[in-house]
Design a protein around this ligand. Structure first.
Ligand code: PXP
Length: 242
């Protein structure tokens, strides 16, 4: 968590399973993907069990928990169903995300101000089961305050806006993220970040002081089509450390 320590890389394997679910085939194999990602230097494996089960399935989550040697980060909506699954699976980490059925991917962060009491209840239930909870939020100082009040020790800042912008607008969003991280660190929160990060835009984010972990999926899986998963993870690590 200190300034210059290596930023952790959580590899999100959702889109390996997107390929399987496109045809309901037995391949590609999640276990193999986990082993290769970890061998290549992943510090953790992330997966999102969506309410519509479009990629990761319930059985995948249980299997992953058996196979993962590093640490498992289960992304999930703040529902009773997902809370109960998490309490059964007992991943090391849970990241609470907003979820809208029609979205292509997670759009924006949790509204912790509006849904504070629900998020607080789920955070407490998971924390009591020794699961480290993070809240996926916008880099907004008020939402960071609300996250600390909800009792989450970790936040994950949404970098999707940064990723979708260019030039001066991207620099402005980068500054907003830097300010948010400084504020969160002053409150004692651990700060992760993710969404939309790829090989060309990850460096400025990985260089920010006090960033603990980046969770990256789509770009790594896409690159793996051409270079293989191990090389894709290794290349991302190199970019993050450069
Ligand atoms: N972090 C969170 C909370 C997410 O929901 C996602 C997407 O599932 C990611 C990180 C990874 O985003 P991407 O696939 O764009 O790298």
């Amino acid at each position: 968590m200190s300034v210059n320590s290596k930023v952790r890389l959580g590899v999100n394997l959702d889109h390996v399973m997107t390929i399987r679910q496109a045809r309901f085939t037995p391949y590609p194999d999640l276990k193999q993907a986990i082993v290769l990602a970890e061998r290549a230097g992943a510090d953790g494996i992330t997966m999102h069990l969506r309410e519509d089960r479009r990629h990761i399935q319930d059985d995948d989550v249980y299997l992953a928990k058996q196979v993962i040697q590093s640490s498992m980060n289960l992304e999930m909506a703040a529902t009773d169903e997902m809370r109960d699954i998490a309490l059964n699976v007992k991943p090391e980490n849970c990241c609470i995300v907003p979820e809208h059925r029609q979205e292509l991917t997670t759009e924006g962060g949790l509204d912790v101000i509006k849904h504070g009491s629900r998020i607080k209840d789920i955070t407490l239930a998971l924390t009591e089961a020794s699961i480290v909870v993070s809240l996926f939020i916008e880099p907004d100082l008020n939402v960071i305050d609300a996250s600390a009040e909800a009792g989450a020790p970790v936040i994950e800042l949404h970098t999707g806006t940064y990723a979708s912008r260019e030039g001066e607008k991207q620099i402005q969003e980068l500054q907003r993220i830097k300010n948010a991280i400084a504020h969160a660190a002053s409150l004692g929160l651990v700060v992760n970040a993710g969404h939309g990060l790829h090989y060309e835009n990850v460096e400025p984010i990985a260089k920010i002081e006090n960033i603990y972990e980046l969770n990256i999926g789509h770009s790594i899986v896409a690159h793996a089509l051409f270079v293989g998963l191990e090389a894709a993870v290794q290349e991302m690590r190199i970019k993050m450390n450069s």
